[in-house]
Each structure stands twice: as C-alpha cells, then as structure tokens.
Ligand binder design. Structure first.
Ligand SMILES: O=C(O)CCC(=O)C(=O)O
Length: 258
C-alpha cells in the first residue's frame, strides 16, 4: 500500500483559491498511490486565526469539491487534511475530510483537542466529540489532527475501533519539532500501528512550520521522513505487518485499564 504525504507550503501571499488549485494538482500527480494525505488547515493556514471566519466553508464547499474531484481524477483515497468547517448552527470546527477514489466523502473528523489554550483555535472553534475510523480495502485508518497527537487516549480509542494506520495532518511549529517525531513514534510503538504524520512547510502567520512529515511503522521505526521544505513523501506500507507485530509482541492484550 503506497502512501504519499504532501507536505504543502502555505505561502502567505497566495490567495486561498490558488492554494486550492495547487493542492488539487499535487494530488492529481499522485496517481498510482493508494492513499494521499494533505496537512491541517492548508487552505487558510493553521495559525491564520484572523482568517478562520472569512474562509470557513461547509462540507460541500469549494475545498471539498476540489478535493473530491482530485481524488476521483487520481483514483486514490484522499485524506484532504482539514478545513475550517462552518456547521449549520454557525460553529466553526477544524474538520478533516477523507474521500474515496470515486470522490465520495467517506469520513469527516472534527478535531477533538483544540490548540491555543486561551486563544486561537481553542476559543474560535468548537471541539469535536467523536473518534473517527475509515475502512479502506486493506486496512482501517484512525483519524487525529495535530495537537491530538499529545493525547494517547484518543489513539487507544481508535485502536479499540479497529484502527491500524493513524493519519495525522498537522501545522506543527518548528519550535517543537523534536516533540513531533517523538510523539509520532510513541503513538506507533504503544499502539503497534502505522503513523502517517503530514505537516506543513514554510512560514505562515509568522509561525515557522516544522515540516519533517514522517511515516512510522508499527515497531516504531521511521520508514521515511521529509525535510523542511515543500515535498511529497512517499512510503510503502505493509498492512499485514500490523497484525504480525501485534501477534509477535502482544502487549495490547495486557491492557488493564480501559
Ligand atoms: O502541540 C503542539 O505543539 C502543536 C499543536 C498545533 O500547532 C495545533 O494543533 O495546531
């Protein structure tokens, strides 16, 4: 199973429409992959708080439409990263979208742990409530977004729901890059699952981005890792390896607290 992580650069001077077109074109170029992943809030920028309300869209808005078409054109499963969703009651959410190769919306996940403490996303957005998994032909994805990576209980809930591959779009800051790789590996080791962690490149809203998207296998080994700039990171996953690691070293069976 081939995964392509598009470590997109949110260029501050690009209008949202241009970012959308560029991202769609990058997805189309991944024909031959099974799963393509984009990062968190790439249409607006994860730290461009002042633009969240103006750029919010519904789940059949322009980004969803462009991503559905790109998934269909490329014939891939597409985790399209996240958008600022405006729900019917006006609440904003940081919502990840997954499309099937025929362009159907297969899943939407509202980020549960909002980042910013007393500002930014934490005050501008509502919190999601439901862990989300997505069944693919060969595996099951578990969805998490950026700051969620710090909350192992979410990943355990996803494992209990059958997840074998965690997909984590992010806009992780350069300042905490060490945490990014460390936490991605920790979530892989403790859950004996693949982690596909796809961040952004460049600087937007004055926040330098970590890049260094990473694919970690169920033993915690780094299979592939990007550099700092815009890049497509390609890695081959063996879905059978999850079952093999869980069978050979059955630590998940020794859980006591649920
Ligand atoms: O947890 C972190 O260090 C980064 C989190 C973050 O930037 C986010 O969730 O948008």
């Amino acid at each position: 199973m081939r995964a392509s992580l598009i470590q997109f650069e949110v260029r501050p001077d690009d209008p949202v429409a241009a970012r959308r077109e560029r991202a769609a074109e990058l997805v189309r170029r991944q024909r031959g992959s099974d799963l393509v992943v984009l990062p968190e809030l790439w249409p607006v920028g994860a730290f461009a708080y002042e633009s969240f309300a103006a750029e919010a869209e519904s789940l059949d808005g322009p980004t969803a439409a462009a991503m559905a078409a790109a998934a269909r054109d490329a014939g891939v499963w597409l985790h399209a990263g996240s958008v600022v969703e405006r729900a019917a009651d006006g609440t904003l959410y940081n919502t990840s979208l997954v499309f099937s190769p025929s362009g159907e919306l297969a899943a939407a996940y509202r980020k549960i742990h909002r980042f910013g403490f007393d500002k930014g996303e934490a005050v501008l957005m509502g919190a999601g409530a439901e862990p989300v998994t997505v069944r693919l032909p060969d595996t099951t994805l578990g969805l998490a977004t950026c700051y969620d990576l710090r909350f192992p209980e979410l990943f355990r809930a996803l494992v209990d729901a059958g997840a074998q591959v965690f997909v984590v779009p992010a806009g992780w800051p350069e300042r905490r890059r060490d945490h990014w790789t460390l936490l991605a590996r920790a979530r892989a080791v403790e859950n004996q699952a693949y982690v596909l962690a796809c961040g952004t490149a460049g600087t937007h809203a004055g926040v330098g981005q970590a890049g260094h998207s990473v694919v970690v296998d169920p033993w915690g080994e780094v299979v592939a890792q990007a550099g700092a700039g815009e890049e497509v990171l390609v890695a081959d996953l063996d879905p059978a390896r999850v079952g093999k690691v869980r069978e050979d070293f059955p630590a998940l069976k020794d859980r006591v607290l649920r």
